[in-house]
Design a binder for this molecule. Structure first.
Ligand SMILES: [Zn+2]
Length: 497
């Protein structure tokens, strides 16, 4: 090595040292700002709103749209509002009024908004669980998927959320109905799958056409780079196909098979989830059969990443027997890589064994604090947040149904920070988890999920002066996950400046 190169090595080392000190100093001053903001909710909201939050991975688009948007859509479509049923319809019925009357009749507008959200719900008078699930029976207004996605993605983008996995069905309803008509007998699962396979091509073709069209519309509407299901812009998303758990087994099989066929056919659909009240009689009595169906289809259809609601239960709505194995079975038989809610975890048999298994398999928990509070009445130290945190289970904060809850991802962070006295580092961990445990394809920026160990080629990505080398670009082009993780790390550098 000649003198010139030795000097340049020293110069590089000095610059690198300076960068790392700078990075630490910036994080330290941001930590101070964060600790100061914690004392006042408005100050904390202002801090968290601008903070990079990574992703929202548990978001039902139908419940994410605010009632005001539906009300506007009903007025625009000249519908009629029935104050007795709190529903809109195309035809005027006795007692109903033109929707536009709700522009001037504040009491009627408030009645609609209260019926379709937790806005004025009071726990003393009504079960939060019943009021929440009832809201979905009052949402029949002509609101397109494009409009719904635009609202949800724009709101997230404005709060520095960079990625979403959205529970939204990209199959147009006529193609979906055709695929699900006459569902197969599930006594013979092989035969049932063969019957469904003949329907996949038409359903997949319709979904692809719809997603192509949404890709081109949404990039403009949300103001991001095209396609919005790619990683080039400030926000992007993928679809999660939702299957109802409150239907008969043949219908459950048909829905699950369609969802998994879509995941196999198009990378814009990353997973399938099961939804609707977990304590519903059909969901409870069919649970073991549903897990057997998922196990069968998962093995036959490419073993994809699954996220499944499990343990959104309390003693008030479920016998304890159910809760002794609900989360374990969802992982071991249902192959869930992420668990939605997991509130009933403490009732699981051999809890230490289950937590160790989750940690070893890197199963993440999608925490939905506001939703758990209003639907289950579980909050503060009655919530298993600290149990998961102490067990080292990867946690992600999510909105669940932000339109119904009247919330957003900023408020989920604010609630978690103030309730569990989180540090700035805890908060960064939650944001990093949301990308690391997403179902984006490709290798990770981190070695074995350790956020202190970055892959060697990107070891200095947290330095303020970092610019991507050709090799870094190669790695990012090969992995959507790594690209989003680099985006998040750079967003933290900017935020902490
Ligand atoms: Zn949910």
């Amino acid at each position: 090595m000649n003198r010139r190169s030795v000097l340049s090595v020293f110069a590089y080392a000095a610059v690198a040292f300076q960068f790392s000190v700078l990075a630490l100093a910036d994080e330290a001053s941001t930590t101070k700002r964060f600790e100061h903001a914690k004392a006042s909710e408005p100050q904390l909201i202002a801090f968290v709103k601008n903070m990079p939050k990574g992703a929202d991975l548990h978001n039902h688009v139908s419940g994410a749209v605010y009632g005001e948007t539906r009300l506007d859509a009903a007025i625009k479509s000249d519908l009629f509002f029935d104050p007795t049923t709190c529903n809109f319809s195309r035809e005027q019925t006795p007692g109903s009024v033109p929707a536009k009357e709700l522009l001037t009749n504040n009491a009627l507008a408030a009645k609609y908004l209260d019926t379709t959200s937790m806005r004025s719900w009071r726990s003393a008078n009504e079960s939060g669980h019943d009021h929440f699930f009832d809201t979905f029976y009052h949402m029949s207004v002509p609101l397109s998927l494009s409009d719904s996605l635009t609202e949800v993605l724009s709101r997230a983008k404005a709060q520095n959320v960079q990625y979403m996995e959205l529970m939204a069905n990209p199959v147009p309803s006529d193609a979906m109905n055709a695929a699900l008509a006459d569902p197969p007998n599930v006594d013979d699962l092989e035969k049932a799958l063969a019957q469904m396979q003949t329907r996949f091509p038409a359903m997949i073709a319709a979904a692809k056409t719809n997603m192509d069209s949404l890709d081109s519309q949404l990039s403009d509407l949300v103001g991001t780079k095209a396609p919005i299901t790619g990683v080039a812009g400030p926000i992007n998303f993928r679809y999660i196909f939702s299957v109802s758990r409150t239907v008969a087994n043949p219908n459950f099989f048909a829905q699950m098979a369609c969802g998994l066929a879509l995941v196999q056919a198009d990378k814009r659909v990353v997973s399938v989830n099961i939804l609707a009240p977990e304590d519903d009689t059909m969901a409870r009595t069919n649970f073991d059969t549903q897990m057997r169906i998922i196990d069968f289809l998962w093995n036959r259809m490419g073993k994809p990443d699954l996220t499944l609601h499990a343990g959104e239960l309390t003693l008030a709505i479920s016998p304890v027997e159910v809760m002794r194995s609900r989360i374990r079975k969802t992982i071991e038989i249902g192959h869930a890589r992420r668990i939605g809610h997991g509130v009933s975890i403490a009732w699981e048999d051999n809890l230490p064994g289950l937590l160790a298994e989750m940690k070893q398999k890197r199963i993440a928990i999608e925490i939905c604090l506001t939703s758990n509070d209003s639907i289950l009445g579980i909050s503060g130290n009655r919530h298993p947040f600290s149990l998961y945190q102490e067990a080292g289970i990867p946690m992600i904060l999510n909105t669940d149904d932000e339109g119904v809850s009247r919330g957003n991802l900023t408020m989920e962070f604010v609630r978690a920070i103030r309730t569990y006295n989180l540090s700035y580092n805890d908060v960064k961990l939650l944001a990093r988890n949301s990308i690391e445990y997403s179902f984006l394809p490709g290798a990770s920026l981190y070695v074995n999920g350790d956020y202190l160990k970055l892959v060697p080629e990107l070891a200095d990505v947290r330095n303020p002066g970092w610019t991507p080398s050709a090799r870094c670009m190669e790695l990012m082009n090969a992995s959507d996950k790594l690209t989003e993780e680099v985006t998040l790390e750079r967003a933290f550098v900017e935020f902490e400046k």
